[in-house]
Design a protein. Structure first.
Lengths: 245, 276
């Protein structure tokens, strides 16, 4: 079958990475002045922005307020110029609505919502450039933004995708690898307690291989955790130095 | 103490500063915030620019597609601007369909493109009556701190200068278009419109480049778009307090100076990319 070789004989992928290697992650916190918390992350060519407002009073219908916890409201949006073909509907289409729901469920598991009854926390994520791993970049960016907003969480939420080609699990898929149609797993993990917040699998995968793939995704999440943790520490160090403490 | 006074009487607080001819962030009445521009960061778009005017951040992405020219002018292409003010840029915007501010901004940009002739639509035509380019210009505001119109106009100019369109030839036999991605040409930018916005206070005082707080307290706003030949492309004064002709002339003079500053900045950025 002619075409793009996703994994060469020497073990290199299309962009020169090894099977278990992540793309380069660059992140910054506190990028916007108006928002309570904000973060920008680049994973390879995928660029995602997350902004958090809250906790604040319920907007819109007061009846939706939960008496014992905060309501987490998410919106996932892709810029029309983020994909190769212009995207006609930035949000409101089925895929975006599904990802919005997944983000909401992931963060409800991680944020200590019982500390803020009857209030609302808004998490808005915008993808500026999509090159695979959109959901994972969003989760990572939203984690940093939530930390920047000072909202208490159980643990970081780190996400990564994984695939399976020629009996080898690949970590952190880019667009070309995702479009190839093989099995893909998206995993959102709370690294310290090793708890899975969200697990989603597409296509067909034999159950014997499932453990390997989840293992690869977990390891990738822990690698992302190391990077994000360093970003947070550097940011806090910078802020406290500027404040003169 | 000052913060308490600001919450209770924001207008009085502001007037105290205006009496001393300055503003709470330390600027003078005619001073712009720091402007930074970053070009070509979004590789999936055909042209992109990120503009920051102080805290106000707007990103513009341009995508080019094919379309059939309109029936009434078979030698013209299309330029379609769209400004999006998502809830992530400020808590004043709710999720849902575009609000009136976003729609008004989109229409303003469409008018600027039309009036200033920044690009001739005839340049976008590939084959008369059959094929033309459509340039979708999408603006996303990432951080809203006032003066969206200036930021969007600047982002539009910077992004258009960054666009590279591939060469398209129509195959004689099949009648289909063939796109050659290796040969790209930049767009022919004929004019460089630059917008300057002012806010009017108490019907008399004019301040340049208002922040979001200043816009809320203002009694009126004026936006002037000029091009490099000193021609007025657009004067946008949506209601608000009246202005004398003399005051309007002051605004125009300030807009001319601002045009020179912005043109210098854009040229510097474009040159720095070309060197690469």
């Amino acid at each position: 079958m002619a075409g793009l070789e996703l994994l060469s004989d020497e073990g290199y992928r299309v962009d020169g990475r090894r099977a278990g290697e992540l793309r380069k992650v660059r992140a910054r916190m506190g990028v916007f002045a108006k928002a309570d918390g904000s973060a920008y992350i680049e994973q390879g060519n995928t660029k995602a922005l997350a902004v958090v407002y809250g906790p604040h009073e319920m907007r819109g219908s007061r009846s939706k307020a939960l008496h014992d916890r905060a309501l987490v409201n998410c919106q996932y949006s892709m810029a029309t110029f983020s994909t190769g073909e212009r995207k006609r509907r930035p949000h409101g289409d089925r895929k975006s609505s599904e990802l919005t729901l997944h983000l909401k469920q992931t963060f409800e598991a991680a944020i200590l919502t019982q500390l803020y009854p009857r209030s609302q926390i808004d998490i808005y994520v915008q993808i500026l450039q999509a090159d695979g791993g959109n959901y994972c970049a969003c989760v990572n960016a939203a984690t940093l933004a939530t930390i920047d907003a000072g909202i208490p969480m159980r643990d970081y939420v780190c996400a990564s995708s994984a695939g399976f080609i020629e009996d080898t699990p690949l970590a952190d898929l880019n667009y070309v690898e995702e479009a190839a149609g093989g099995p893909q797993v998206a995993l959102a993990l709370l690294p310290k307690s090793d708890q899975i917040a969200l697990l989603e699998m597409n296509s067909r995968l034999h159950e014997d291989h499932l453990e390997q793939v989840i293992e690869a995704a977990s390891k990738a999440c822990k690698d992302v955790y190391a990077v994000l943790d360093q970003v947070v520490r550097d940011h806090v160090h910078e802020v406290t130095t500027l404040l003169g403490e | 103490m000052a913060a308490g006074f600001k919450t209770v009487e924001p207008l009085e607080y502001y007037r105290r500063f205006l009496k001393e001819n300055c503003r709470p962030d330390g600027r003078e009445l005619g001073e712009f915030r720091t402007t930074t521009v970053n070009i070509g960061s979004i590789t999936t778009a055909d042209g992109s620019a990120l503009v920051k005017l102080g805290n106000t951040t707007v990103i513009c992405g341009i995508k080019a597609e094919f379309a059939q020219p309109p029936a009434e002018s078979t030698n013209k292409g299309y330029i379609v601007p769209n400004v999006d003010l998502p809830p992530l840029c400020s808590s004043r915007f709710r999720p849902g369909p575009p609000g009136e501010e976003a729609q008004a901004a989109s229409q303003f940009i469409a008018d600027v493109i039309e009036n200033s002739e920044i690009i001739m639509k005839e340049d976008l035509c590939i084959a008369h009556g059959k094929l033309a380019w459509v340039l979708y210009c999408d603006f996303i505001c990432l951080d809203y701190d006032g003066n969206i119109l200036d930021a969007c106009t600047f982002a539009l100019l910077a992004a258009l200068k960054n666009v590279q369109l591939p060469k398209v030839t129509i195959n004689e036999e099949t009648g289909l278009a063939e796109v050659d991605l290796k040969q790209t040409n930049p767009l022919n930018i004929r004019k460089h419109p630059v917008a300057t916005s002012f806010a009017v206070f108490d019907d008399t005082i004019l301040i340049v480049d208002p922040t979001a707080e200043e816009e809320d307290l203002a009694t009126g706003t004026v936006t002037i778009v000029m091009d490099e030949e000193g021609r007025l492309c657009s004067v946008h004064k949506p209601g608000g307090s009246g202005l004398t002709a003399a005051k309007l002339q002051d605004c125009i003079t300030r807009a001319i100076t601002r045009h020179k500053e912005v043109k210098k900045l854009i040229d510097k950025v474009i040159k720095s990319i070309k060197i690469k």
